[in-house]
Structures are given as C-alpha cells and as structure tokens.
Design a protein around this ligand. Structure first.
Ligand SMILES: [Zn+2]
Length: 113
C-alpha cells in the first residue's frame, strides 16, 4: 500500500513565473493506534494524547471507552471481561477487518498469555 493520506492539488497564481503553478498539498497519512485492551491496531485516535488526556474514543473492537471504562479498571481486567463475553466485535458501524479473529489480534499485539 502506498500513500494513504489526503492529497489536495490546487492552483495558485505564481508571483515569479507568469501563469499558474500547481501545488500538491500532502497531509499526514492517517496514523493508527493500537487498543491496549484488545490489541485492535486501527484506532484512528490515540486512547490518550501526549498531555495524558483521555480521548473518550470507543474502540470499535472491544467497545471500551478510553477515559471512562479504563478509569477504574485495568486493561488486563477489561480484556478478561471482554474475553469472558466471547470477545465479540463491538461496533455496529465499523465492520471488523476481513477474516478478523480476536485470538490472532491478541497474539499479534502480544496480549495473549
Ligand atoms: Zn479494543
């Protein structure tokens, strides 16, 4: 896969050369973050920002809300509860990746003992 950010092309009057010049504006490729509970690697928002503030983002995989569900419960315990429920895919709006497997995901994230 190549560049997956957003490329905007726009034309603007060039003050030096007569005519128009085309500029390409590369915005940052979408960075993704890993859920510390279920290991889902495609969170588009970090659970906590650099200042340590919770994003209140809900993981589409395990359904925990950062800053809320993890305020009083450890990631290990949240993971355990999710596994006890059968590790279901949480989101109804975000589809799981093709061939998604909770076990494989945990193994890849080194979260499975
Ligand atoms: Zn998760």
């Amino acid at each position: 896969m190549g560049f997956d950010g957003i490329i905007r092309a726009y034309c603007k009057l060039d003050p030096v050369t007569p005519g128009y010049a085309t500029y390409l504006d590369y915005s940052m490729p979408n960075k993704t973050y890993r859920c510390p509970v279920c290991g889902y690697p495609e969170l588009d928002t970090p659970p906590y920002n650099e200042q340590g503030s919770a994003s209140f983002y809900i993981c589409p995989c395990c359904g925990i809300e950062f800053g809320y569900d993890d305020a009083k419960t450890s990631y290990e315990e949240l993971r355990q509860r999710w596994l006890e429920r059968g590790a279901p895919w949480f989101s109804r709006t975000t589809a799981p990746p093709p061939d998604w497997s909770a076990t494989d995901q945990l193994v890849r994230a080194n979260l499975k003992e």
